[in-house]
Design a protein around this ligand. Sequence first.
Ligand code: ADP
Ligand code: TRP
Length: 333
Amino acid sequence: MNQTKISLTGIKPSGTPHIGNLMGAIQPALELARQYKALYFIADYHALTTVRESKALNAQVYEVAATWLAAGLDPEEVVFYRQSDIPEVFEFTWILACFAAKGLLNRAHAYKDAVAKNEAAQRDPDFGINMGLFNYPVLMAADILLYGAHLVPVGQDQKQQLEIARDIAEAFNHQYGETLVLPEPMISESVKTIPGIDGRKMSKSYDNVLPLFVPAKELRKRVMQIVTDSKGVEEPKDPATCNLFQLFKIFASKARQEEMAQAYQKGGLGYGAVKQELFELVDAFVAPGREVYQSYLQDTQKLDRILAQGAQKARDIARPNLAAARKAVGITR
Ligand code: ADP
Ligand code: TRP
């Protein structure tokens, strides 16, 4: 195994993860541990830009940690830690801020959107915007550049922030010579978008998710809420335009998909029966992880220990890199 190159990704603890997150982000990111030295961290200080309920922030960190472990992350094999456990990242954020053009940050999507909303409402452009939101991309650049990450698996929405990280690294290297590694984003367009129970992209912002490791009863309830047309049992149905069938396809075997498509077209099949079968498939898919998830959530001290061990390993990588950056800029004794 070639473990010389580093892949790294951050996970913002801003909600309870769903099946779309697992299939679209968590599983592909975990795959990279086969070829790279893999770092995964919980971006808790990034969440502070928006999450202001201290209890919620604290609970979501544990939920996200338990989710990744339940999805198969092996903390012995990879480096798994909390951002806030790495003081080096905040010192490095300052150094990088001195190389981040303000004009570049003015154009960052999250900030620009917030300003546009204010302008549309005829308020002061910076109304309600905190410096954490404005500096978000600089902290993110520090998260990445501190470890010399080569590859950063992220969703499409993170592309611009990766470009900002590269710009900052280039500005630094331009001044002091090749010091920082330029990271490459890995945006897997090939991973198809998992639809939600209403047929739109599954997303916590649409309240249309199949949550991941909830009890079976709750999962069943959500599956039964999948929106379909109102065709009766006897009527023939079209699998190609049916959202329920699209979800079914993700979980069923090839043979079962074909049988089901035929049953749709023939008529005599009610949506309730399809939902029941889909529930059983999703339940079988998440059941092993559900137990692991619950056992971690009941032992948050164990989660703290795992994350603290990860933080040690992360700091071992971070320290020499920060020292090199300090030396480059002339902060030495
Ligand atoms: P949400 O849309 O629920 O707020 P996030 O934006 O927090 O989800 O997504 C975290 C990661 O999960 C993203 O990088 C994205 O690649 C992935 N993801 C989210 N929803 C889906 C989906 N419906 N299908 C596939 N991947 C998804
Ligand atoms: N901004 C990312 C998100 O909202 C989370 C994140 C923080 C991140 N730091 C990172 C992702 C570094 C990749 C690399 O999902």
